[in-house]
Ligand binder design. Structure first.
Ligand SMILES: O=P(O)(O)OC[C@H]1O[C@H](OP(=O)(O)OP(=O)(O)O)[C@H](O)[C@@H]1O
Ligand code: HPA
Ligand SMILES: [Mg+2]
Length: 176
């Protein structure tokens, strides 16, 4: 989720959705848990991060599993919380496609799978690769080989890079 609209103009939450905010600490812990799970599946010769959301978990997984070849594929599908058409802004480089073609294990990492539209497009680029995400929603879950936490389809996950520390009103509804 991202956008250039000025603060105040931007709908930051949807009343029909539950909200699941994730701190940096939690995200690091969950990404490490993903790395632990993947450690038994590799070794992987290369990791492909789906930019931008997959960049942070891919870096953490690459560090934990000592994967030195780190590639990106850039896919854009959401404006704020609205899904538009999928656009591939950067393709996977030929040397990484060749690793897979020559039988090497390639790992694809994203922050989450929601409808599965992004996963479908990237899987088609690297059909034999292992697809891993930190979080998964039911609609896209079948497209992921390994994930850590499932949330319901009507939950919006707020990642730490999209958050700031802010005042929150008390549960009782008073001002403080
Ligand atoms: O399963 P889907 O319905 O396709 O949704 C999941 C994708 O949506 C988000 O990316 P987004 O396109 O918002 O771009 P970003 O990674 O740059 O935030 C998220 O990072 C996943 O890549
Ligand atoms: O729940 C989500 N959170 C952040 N970005 C997303 N892109 C698709 N679904 C989500
Ligand atoms: Mg993304």
């Amino acid at each position: 989720m991202r956008g250039a609209a000025p603060p105040g103009d931007r709908p930051v939450s949807n009343p029909n959705q539950k909200s699941f905010p994730v701190t940096w600490d939690q995200f690091h812990r969950d990404s490490r848990a993903l790395a632990w799970r993947l450690a038994g599946i590799g070794p992987f010769e290369a990791v492909v991060a789906i930019a931008r959301g997959g960049l942070v978990p891919a870096a953490i997984v690459a560090r934990e599993l000592n994967i030195r070849t780190v590639e990106t594929v850039a896919v854009k599908s959401y404006d704020h919380q609205n899904q538009g058409g999928i656009r591939v802004l950067k393709e996977i480089s030929q040397p990484v496609l060749d690793i897979a073609k020559n039988g090497g294990k390639v790992l694809i990492v994203d922050d989450l799978v929601d409808t599965g539209a992004t996963a479908r497009v990237v899987r088609d680029m690297l059909p034999g690769a292992h697809f891993a995400t930190v979080y998964a929603k039911p609609k896209g879950r079948e497209l992921v080989d390994t994930f850590i936490t499932e949330v319901s389809q009507d939950t919006w996950i707020f990642f730490p890079w999209d958050l700031d520390v802010a005042y929150v009103a008390p549960i009782s509804g008073g001002t403080d």
